[in-house]
Design a protein around this ligand. Structure first.
Ligand SMILES: C[S@@+](CC[C@H](N)C(=O)[O-])C[C@H]1O[C@@H](n2cnc3c(N)ncnc32)[C@H](O)[C@@H]1O
Length: 260
């Protein structure tokens, strides 16, 4: 039984070498998108340098490398899947970063050592978000922050979703910001902010079609649709000129602070 309302999103098998390779190939983010995220997080960062950042569920290290470039920091890339850790290493590990095998629910870290916990598209994968919020409170410094990037049922707009039947159901499988804030509040955090950031969605119908073909199986939102729904969506998009422009996609950023 999922922790979240509506059953939660289907599991993506990040332990498979194939998924990890596909993720590394397809999910990189352009520099302009990463710069937008750097600007988005800046107002919430503690002033301490070097910043000790925990990249929780670091995956292939997209943001491990970004944090190392963005700010004077020491980054811990925590990742349970050895297949994802292999891709992270292959993509280049910055000198200021180290990889740690582990899960968000049992952090192998000392108390009061992390200034910023960064959770990018990982909250919906945690088996026990309440335990993760509790253990994060242990390892964060006083007034440390938790920055959560992702899609919520009520924040963030993946473009092209409307072409698929039952898109509302697929989106509702993601946690809501309200419930997420509630989980963290129960573990002694204060809500700071919730914003939407322009991200890297497809900009034309042709790009959207190619993205669905490439990422089906390695993306939680796409995995929330049945094959029949995917086929219907692809067929609806296939009737349009592939150069038809699409509006920008946004992804949500939720900011919480550990209460001192
Ligand atoms: C969608 S990927 C996101 C990777 C990376 N944060 C990014 O934004 O590209 C989700 C990652 O969370 C990891 N994960 C799954 N369950 C986890 C848990 N309980 N604790 C920590 N990480 C977990 C998966 O292995 C996977 O690498």
């Amino acid at each position: 039984v999922s922790f979240w309302e509506h059953g939660g999103v289907p599991d993506v098998d990040y332990h498979s070498d194939d998924i990890a390779e596909r993720y590394a190939e397809q999910r990189s983010l352009r520099d302009d998108v990463l710069q937008r995220w750097q600007a988005a997080v800046r107002p919430y960062l503690p002033h301490r340098r070097p910043l000790r950042v925990l990249d929780l569920g670091a995956g292939t290290g997209i943001f491990t490398r970004a944090w190392a470039r963005w700010y004077e920091s020491q980054v811990i890339a925590l990742e349970p899947s050895s297949a994802m850790r292999t891709q992270l290493r292959a993509g280049g590990l910055p000198d200021v970063a180290q990889i740690v095998a582990g899960r968000g629910e049992h952090l192998p870290l000392r108390p009061g050592t992390v200034h910023v916990a960064w959770l990018s598209t990982v909250l919906h994968h945690l088996e026990d978000p309440m335990s993760a919020a509790q253990d994060l409170a242990r390892v964060l410094t006083a007034a440390g922050v938790v920055l959560i990037r992702g899609l919520w049922s009520d924040c963030g707009a993946p473009v092209g979703l409307g072409f698929f039947p039952n898109a509302d159901r697929a989106l509702a499988a993601f946690p809501s910001t309200e419930r997420s804030v509630d989980v963290f509040r129960q573990q002694g955090y204060a809500f700071v902010d919730s914003v939407e950031v322009e991200d890297q969605g497809p900009r034309t119908i042709g790009q959207a079609i190619r993205r669905v073909h490439r990422l089906r199986g390695a993306d939680s939102l796409l995995a929330s649709f049945t094959q029949d729904e995917i086929n219907q969506g692809l067929s609806a998009m296939g009737h349009l000129d592939p150069e038809t422009p699409l509006p920008p996609s946004t992804v949500g950023l939720l900011v919480l602070q550990r209460c001192t």
